[in-house]
Design a protein around this ligand. Structure first.
Ligand code: PBG
Length: 318
């Protein structure tokens, strides 16, 4: 009987319960100092490090195709790193330059800036390391300065991803004190300690130099804890919450969606992209069809916003 409902593609489209559109998507970008740079790395095919000039051209190109939001990550040389990640609070750093030029050349694009320290600290950890462990208070103080730095440069949304306790509260306070009432905070509320971040750490040059991130990122055996993290962020004044990664955490996305009434983002991370990309290059999977199935599952699970490296490809696919 139900087969009637699958008779042809027109009927299947008519009754499809889940639909994705370009408005749902955010494209991540990696930005480096210099001019005329576009650099690919082997573990992350199809994704590039751009200098600001080329970044703006690429963002303009995808904007014209319908992708309206981007999230930026700065990538710096070892010589620009120190114990405090101070590069991130310089007002002329590469992320600030990128935000300003994007806002000048493609003003309507929504610019989200990742707020973390792992790309800027000599330890490669997401916060300030003191006696071998990440010091939460010192980390939060610096993160709020980083967020303010990007808000001043013109970011529409700041996205703290360090999994520091009270990072949202402190960032919200500092933004208010400085008159940035309209800057949104999208927190990586439930960010798991995941094996799927490998290609990101290669391209962002952000692997921890010792240990791992298990003392601050979540244990993938837990789901109730994710609800506590999200609830805290809501109490601290977050605007958008996030679950990350997405594909191995669809149950977490669904649970957060069912429990809270707040916009929910899901980050389909670098490993999710690369494993399909590389399998497709080996002739094992069809990239487009597999990617659409994954992205649709994230939407079906309840995500309102999907951060995906396939965002750039979607205008040609849907
Ligand atoms: C920074 C950060 C990471 C990712 C986004 N922000 C890496 C990490 O936590 O090690 C990973 C995203 C991806 O894999 O695509 N803390």
């Amino acid at each position: 009987m139900m087969r009637r409902l699958r008779r042809n593609s027109g009927i299947r489209d008519l009754i499809a319960e889940t639909k994705i559109c370009l408005d749902d998507f955010v494209m991540p970008f990696f930005v480096v100092e210099g001019n005329n740079i576009i650099q690919e790395i082997s573990s992350f095919p199809g994704i590039f490090r751009y200098s600001v000039d080329n970044l703006v051209k690429e963002i303009k190109r995808i904007w014209e195709l319908g992708i309206k939001s981007v999230i930026l990550f700065g990538v710096v040389d070892e010589c620009n790193k120190d114990a405090l990640g101070s590069y991130a609070i310089r007002d002329n750093n590469v992320v600030c330059k990128a935000i300003k030029l994007i806002k000048d050349k493609v003003p309507e694009v929504i610019v989200i800036s990742d707020v973390c320290l792992c790309s800027y600290t000599s330890s490669g950890h997401c916060g300030i390391v003191d006696n071998g462990i990440v010091d939460n208070s010192k980390t939060v103080e610096i993160l709020s300065k980083v967020a303010l730095n990007y808000a001043k440069s013109g970011a529409d949304i700041v996205a703290p991803s360090a999994m520091a306790d009270f990072q949202v509260r402190e960032i919200r306070k500092v933004l208010y004190e400085n008159g940035f009432d309209n800057t949104l905070i999208m927190s990586y509320s439930a960010k798991y300690s995941s094996n799927f971040y490998g290609p990101f750490r290669d391209i962002a040059n952000s692997s921890p130099k010792f240990g791992d991130r298990k003392t601050y990122q979540m244990d993938y055996r837990n789901i109730k804890q994710a609800l506590v993290e999200v609830e805290r962020d809501i109490q601290e004044g977050v605007d958008i919450v996030m679950v990350k990664p997405a594909l191995a955490y669809l149950d977490v996305i669904r649970e957060v969606k069912n429990t809270f009434n707040i916009p929910l983002a899901a980050y389909s991370v670098s490993g999710e992209y690369s494993m399909v990309k590389v399998a497709s290059q080996c002739g094992i999977l069809n990239e487009k069809e597999t990617a659409l199935e994954i992205l649709m599952s994230i939407k079906r699970a309840g995500a309102d916003i999907i951060i995906s490296y396939w965002a750039k490809d979607l205008p040609g696919w849907i």
